[in-house]
Design a protein around this ligand. Structure first.
Ligand code: ZN
Length: 293
């Protein structure tokens, strides 16, 4: 199953429509491990992971996309971040109990979805959408409509395969500058895609999924791109963050606990700095400024 986490792009030869298909197990499991999320939160993170993978695959430049849900409900925050290399991470924060079978609205309460697109170079773009759809996919389709992008449909599934968490999804999008595109043609492809079953998506190779859905169409399937879990945290980043804190605050933390344990919510890594480490950090810092004198 190690090569199961893959993003595929495909193209219909006789329609100006492109597609994406992603299946995820290892990446999804990494995001869930070290956390004790209730089942509905696990499923929602899976949906957001699929969505973020499909969205980042539409980027035409180096950069990353963050999909964030936030509200006043028991699920305070759920966030997935991914880049065009298909490196993904994510986390959820709870502030109340979440019963089995809770809907998106019951979890988030009054809330919004925030989509942040950060190019490696250039302006950051942020879109905010009300959570008006029943499902995450509907909310995302609203986002595509509101931001006046190309007609886009998403199909997202989460569940289990071989006793492991599994998630997958598909995206259909009308190609740019195809004003001749017939809306009925797009609807036809949407209806075919909507028949995808969880089991097919989670277990079959991409070419078989496409054949089952579109056997009467000519479809070109491109080389897949691997999807992986990767957190951007590091000891250096934590050290940099420590150095921005007031020195008396750092001294207080050291005095209370003997060391400073910085914990990354995304991957569960701990970065521990004892008094010696902190002294070395400050020495390194002043060392540099000494050289400037
Ligand atoms: Zn991390």
């Amino acid at each position: 199953m190690s090569n199961h986490d893959q993003l595929h792009r495909y193209l219909f030869e006789n329609y100006a429509v492109r597609g994406e298909l992603v299946t995820l197990s290892d990446t999804y499991r990494h995001i869930l491990e070290n956390h004790d999320y209730p089942a509905p939160v696990q499923a929602l993170l899976g949906e957001m992971l699929v969505a973020t993978s499909l969205l980042t695959a539409t980027l035409k430049f180096d950069g990353d996309i963050t999909v964030q849900l936030q509200g006043d409900g028991p699920l305070k925050l759920a966030v997935i971040n991914g880049n065009n290399q298909q490196e993904m991470r994510g986390v959820a924060r709870l502030q109340g109990d979440i019963a089995d079978g809770s809907t998106l609205q019951q979890m988030i309460g009054n809330g919004v979805m925030v989509i942040t697109i950060t190019p490696a170079e250039g302006e950051r773009y942020q879109g905010v959408v009300a959570l008006e759809g029943e499902t995450l996919a509907e909310c995302l389709e609203n986002y595509f409509r509101q931001s006046e992008q190309l007609p886009t449909r998403l199909f997202i599934r989460t569940g289990e395969a071989d006793g492991q968490p599994a998630a997958g999804g598909m995206l259909l999008q009308v190609l740019p500058a195809q004003d001749e595109q017939n809306a009925d043609d797009f609807d036809h492809l949407v209806q075919l895609t909507a028949t995808i079953k969880n089991e097919e998506l989670f277990t079959l190779p991409a070419n078989e999924v496409l054949y089952r859905l579109y056997h009467q169409e000519e479809v070109t399937l491109y080389e897949p791109q691997p999807v992986i879990f990767r957190c951007t945290c590091s000891r250096q980043r934590c050290a940099d963050a420590l150095l921005t804190l007031p020195t008396d605050e750092v001294a207080d933390m050291l005095e209370q606990d003997g060391n400073i344990d910085m914990h990354c919510d995304y991957c569960g890594n701990h970065y521990v700095f004892d008094a010696m480490d902190v002294a070395a950090l400050y020495a390194g810092n002043t060392g540099e400024s000494d050289q400037l004198h």
